[in-house]
Design a protein around this ligand. Structure first.
Ligand code: ASP
Ligand code: MG
Length: 401
């Protein structure tokens, strides 16, 4: 008998009509002779609502109590769904994260799963129950409730699938699957039937917010096939996220990431260790740097430009100015409102012409590139944010339309 893990997000469980649809998907898997574990999110906007209520008390809630509060949404969903399945004549039991338990570290609000005790779930499955699990929550070794970060139910589902050695994990959501770009920007987006973990990671970190990034990382680590499917269609084909990309498209997506700023350090002394010193100051201050470009450095000085998220800009400038003498730079400049536009696909680095095609698409639309970076599976360029949608459209048209 195979174990199937199914996950249903907030909009899929928002009301009783939708819970009925969810029950149909669950029962269909059960009737095929599978053992079914279901992971659910809080209903609709429940988690947001709890956070709003919390703000009536304080803007800086105690982190432990925050988790105790925001984890309650999921408990409502598991009870309702389990009741519904029982009413329909099935054996079902609901379990919270701490009942299983799903053990996490003690980082409140952003807990990481250490391990999962399978026994409780397995016993219930073996006595023919459909097991309904509260997503997004766990418990630390001292018995404190923790949560996994917003959107964390995906991570619960894939971690359970890995731990229980499930055949696959189906993530049901309100879209049909993973697309080549954001349908709000590009008209002719195509649904991907297959995408690799690596590509999916790039797509989600670049703003295609279909799956929680950490769930893809766990899927990759334990080789769990993840299907992204629509709750609202009976037999949605969906997109398979797995080891291989069987799609013969070279390019699997074009994405953009907004709210980026670039900082340029002008006239840095061209001496060994200077670059290291600069980035050590940044990392000591927990500033995340993304794209980095260093000029040739044939002369006495060199220039270094790098990007940070806009909401880190002020802090970064402050840290740099405080250390200006130590860094020994002539000038510190910055540009705001930039976007990173990326083209993603396995083996892009080995496909001649992708970079040229991308630059051509931008040139044809008079879009200036501020920085360029490449990796095995992507090429990214930095453009002014007001040109970013046009850039995505033009690149998508060139490679995918
Ligand atoms: N309910 C949580 C949230 O809204 C977890 C989730 O939906 O995955 O972030
Ligand atoms: Mg989600």
């Amino acid at each position: 008998m195979s174990i199937i893990v199914q996950k249903f997000g907030g909009s899929s469980v928002a009301n009783i009509e939708r819970l009925e649809l969810v029950a149909d998907h669950i029962i269909r898997e059960k009737e095929k002779g599978n053992q079914v574990v279901v992971v659910v999110s809080a209903q609709g906007k429940t988690t947001d609502k709890l956070i709003t209520e919390e703000k009536e008390i304080t803007d800086e809630p105690d982190k432990r109590e925050h988790d105790v509060l925001v984890s309650t949404g999921e408990q409502i969903t598991i009870a309702k769904l389990s009741m519904l399945l029982i009413k329909k004549g099935y054996k079902s039991v609901s379990l919270t994260g701490w009942q299983i338990p799903i053990i996490t570290n003690s980082e409140y609000n952003n807990g990481r799963i250490r391990y999962i005790h399978n026994k409780t779930i397995e016993d219930y499955l073996n006595s023919d129950n459909i097991v309904v699990v509260a997503g997004f929550q766990g418990v630390d070794e001292n018995g404190n409730i923790t949560t996994l970060g917003r959107g964390g139910s995906d991570t619960t589902a894939v971690a359970l699938a890995a731990s229980l050695k499930a055949e696959r994990c189906d993530i049901y959501t309100d879209v049909d699957g993973v697309f080549t770009s954001d349908p709000r920007i590009v008209k002719n987006v195509k649904q991907l039937s297959n995408v690799s973990y690596e590509e999916m990671l790039e797509m989600s970190s670049m703003g295609a917010k279909v799956l929680h990034n950490r769930c893809v990382e766990i899927g990759q680590k334990y080789n769990v096939p993840i299907y992204v499917k629509s709750t609202f269609e009976k037999e949605s084909v969906g997109t398979l996220v797995s080891k291989n990309n069987l799609e013969d498209l070279v390019i699997s997506g074009v994405t953009k990431d907004d709210y980026i700023s670039r900082i340029t350090i002008v006239g840095l002394e061209n001496k060994i260790g200077k670059t290291y010193e600069l980035f050590k100051i940044l990392s000591n201050n927990r500033i995340n740097v993304d794209v980095i470009v260093q000029s040739f450095g044939e002369y006495i000085t060199k220039d270094i430009a790098f990007t940070v998220k806009m909401n880190d800009l002020n802090k970064t400038l402050q840290v740099l100015n405080e250390n200006k003498d130590k860094i020994g730079a002539k000038d510190i400049l910055h540009t705001e409102n930039l976007s990173k536009v990326s083209i993603i696909g396995v083996g892009i680095a080995n496909k001649p012409g992708v970079a040229t095609g991308m630059f051509e698409a931008l040139y044809e639309n008079n879009i200036n590139m501020h920085m360029i970076t490449t990796s095995e599976i992507k090429i990214s360029v930095l453009v002014n944010s007001n040109m970013a949608d046009l850039a995505v459209k033009a690149i998508h048209e060139k490679f995918i339309d």
